[in-house]
Write a new protein. Structure first.
Length: 71
């Protein structure tokens, strides 16, 4: 993400909601990361759920950056 955007990503070690990622980490022993792409006021799973177009575009850029980076 450092190569895709001009600012370093914010890393937070918590994730709200029910994200079924623990099995990948604990059982399959596969490292995993969650990359949220929504705006802070998106009201997930509510009648007025929303996603700003800018967040969508940044999300596409983020996914491309992650999937095309060679380690």
């Amino acid at each position: 993400m450092n190569n895709t955007f001009t600012q370093a990503p914010v890393q937070i070690r918590i994730m709200g909601g029910t994200v079924p990622i623990a099995r990948f980490i604990n059982i399959l022993k596969i490292p995993a990361v969650v990359v949220p792409l929504v705006n802070p006021d998106n009201n997930q799973h509510s009648p007025n759920e929303n996603l700003r177009v800018g967040n969508y575009v940044d999300g596409v850029r983020t996914c491309l950056g992650i999937l095309t980076t060679k380690f």
